[in-house]
Design a protein around this ligand. Structure first.
Ligand code: KG4
Ligand code: ZN
Length: 340
């Protein structure tokens, strides 16, 4: 039970600042996005080859007020139309998270609204509810820059972890391979672009099959790094597009292989995908194939795959409707949170 139980329509203003996007969204009933504003810092961090935490925090501080104002203006709303504030409290860069958390606390206090603390990871999964009729139970393949896992979503509040990466996350592997190939940050979309021009002619390793559901990306990453270094040492030109295509094929095959085994083990045929890597067209093509083979397939719209605040608003709605209590004003940010 919470104070919002009697409201038929719930309007949540959500804030996200866990990495290099300052974002604010206004979401109705967890599924309808009334405003979605994202101030990205990608260009700022690109010259460093990755996100510099202190620079990210400073830029969040500069952007956040305008991003929230812009969201209210996009939705043609004022504070009086907002029922609750939601904010990502983790996982992410601590300094970056703190900017969003403190801004959200100040808004909640000044506007007399309840504040809900949302996990970034659960937010990615909840992106699947936006503009969709998806309902639990289903299996979600989570593939972001920080996490790779299979999550069984039993209902709107109960999530079970069926398997996860023993080492690198899938997105992290895309970023590291992109770096070795001299591609700009963030690596995932760059690898995807280059892979379209190449042939997957290198035989990249896949993890050994066991009965356990798990992912492992360090072997694949090391294979690609060694391949590139060996060619460099021989003075040969690096066939970058072919390397990108070979890596992407193996990376996607592993994601789909583990998910397929989870489908087989659980008998659950409704599947969804979440996190930045879910934007990858090769992965989405494999999901389409699973759809043709009898699965009920869901994925977020492209703009809700990578970091955004609409997904935080979607998950906040789940929290509110399943009776979660609002956070206190001593809410803290957390660099890590458990996947489920
Ligand atoms: O979910 P996300 O935006 O942030 C985290 O919560 O980590 O994921 C970012 C990750 C990065 O590693 C990025 O390279 C990857 O998602 N990514 C992609 C694509 N777009 C983003 N990976 C493969 N293909 C893409 N199109
Ligand atoms: Zn994310």
């Amino acid at each position: 039970m919470n104070s919002l139980d009697n409201k038929q329509n719930l309007i949540v203003l959500a804030i996200e600042s866990s990495c290099d996007e300052t974002a604010c969204a206004i979401v109705k009933n967890g599924r309808e996005v009334l405003a979605n504003v994202i101030a990205t810092q990608i260009e700022i961090h690109r010259r460093f080859g990755g996100v510099v935490p202190e620079i990210a925090s400073r830029n969040h501080t500069l952007a956040i007020e305008n991003v929230v104002k812009e969201a209210l203006s996009q939705a043609n709303m004022t504070k009086d139309d907002i029922d609750a504030i939601a904010v990502t409290y983790g996982a992410g860069l601590l300094g970056a998270l703190l900017v969003g958390v403190n801004f959200a606390k100040a808004l909640a206090y000044a506007w007399h609204k309840p504040l809900f603390a949302v996990s970034h990871i659960r937010g990615h999964i909840a992106a699947n509810y936006i503009d969709s009729a998806l309902e639990p139970p289903y299996l979600c393949l989570l593939a972001s820059g920080g996490h790779t896992a299979i999550v069984k979503v039993e209902d709107y509040s109960t999530l079970k972890l069926l398997g996860q990466s023993k080492d690198d996350a899938a997105g992290e592997a895309f970023d590291k391979v992109a770096r070795v190939l001299g591609l700009p940050y963030p690596g995932g979309p760059e690898i995807e672009k280059l892979a379209k021009e190449g042939q997957a002619r290198f035989d990249c390793p896949l993890p050994h099959h066991t009965n356990e559901l798990y992912f492992s990306y360090s072997g694949l990453k090391t294979y690609v790094i060694n391949l590139v270094h060996n060619l460099e040492q021989k003075g040969e030109e690096i066939p970058k597009a072919d390397v990108a295509a070979s890596f992407q094929k193996a990376a996607v095959a592993q994601l789909v292989d583990v998910l397929s085994r989870a489908i087989h083990d659980t008998g659950i045929k409704t599947i969804a995908v979440a996190g930045g890597v879910s934007a990858n067209a090769a992965l989405r093509a494999e999901f389409d194939r699973l759809g043709r083979e009898g699965c009920d397939v869901h994925y977020p719209k492209l703009k809700y795959c990578t970091d955004n605040a609409a997904m935080i608003g979607a998950e906040a709605y789940n929290l509110i409707r399943t009776g979660a209590q609002p956070a206190d004003l001593d809410l803290d940010a957390s660099a890590t949170v458990s996947i489920v």
